[in-house]
Write a protein that binds this ligand. Structure first.
Ligand code: GLN
Length: 196
């Protein structure tokens, strides 16, 4: 299994290092020739609007979209979740995504209350112990469509539960960043369950 991390912008180095802890040597992906060498992809956290514009500049936007649509296992954290969502709200005008997961994601949803926070969240299918989750100007999933499986919720300061981790077949997305913690359970789940 050759795993690549989209390395146009954002915390791709942290994902590579998390994968190293899981005994997977991941490669950086910026060009179509590098995309062709991988079987699975991680889209890091960062800024989704910048990822879109750089992906277009590097002429890798449509090739990634096509690989995702044709079954390449892909995991996106935070901005990566936005990139995998079929629909976004609070988007920049005309903002596109790779899509693939039948969800509507609200950008910067937790952002206005607290810019950044950490919490232990429960996601029993990913790990029997709580997962350390870091939220940074994080989105949440506002609408979950057909065939989408919810893996974790988080209670916001509005007192409501918000969906923060989902899976749809070969696609996995979290609103939080496991890559900047030393909890590798989400990466392990991706490698062992989603990529298999
Ligand atoms: N708010 C960012 C966006 O819209 C995502 C933040 C992050 O990845 N930490 O792309």
């Amino acid at each position: 299994m050759r795993v690549g991390v989209l390395a146009l912008q954002g915390d791709f180095r942290e994902h590579i290092s998390a994968l190293t802890h899981c005994d997977v040597k991941a490669t950086e992906v910026r060009r179509v020739s590098e995309l062709e060498q991988i079987d699975a992809l991680i889209i890091p956290g960062g800024e989704s609007t910048t990822i879109v514009s750089l992906a277009k500049t590097f002429e890798i936007f449509n090739p990634i979209k096509e690989r995702i649509a044709s079954g390449m296992p892909t995991y996106g954290s935070c901005a990566g979740m936005i990139m995998l969502a079929d629909h976004i709200v609070a988007a920049k005008e005309g903002q596109e995504t790779f899509g693939g997961i039948n969800i509507t994601v609200r950008r910067n949803a937790f952002g206005r209350q607290v810019d950044s926070f950490e919490s232990d969240i429960s996601a029993p299918e990913i790990s029997s112990s709580p997962i350390r989750a870091v939220f940074i100007r994080a989105p949440w999933v506002e609408k979950v469509g057909e065939n989408v499986h919810v893996l974790a919720n988080y209670k916001g300061s509005d007192g409501l539960d918000h969906v923060v981790a989902v899976r749809q077949g070969h696609l996995l997305a979290t609103a939080f960043h496991p890559e900047i913690t030393d909890d590798f359970s989400v990466h392990q789940y991706f490698l062992q369950e989603v990529c298999k």
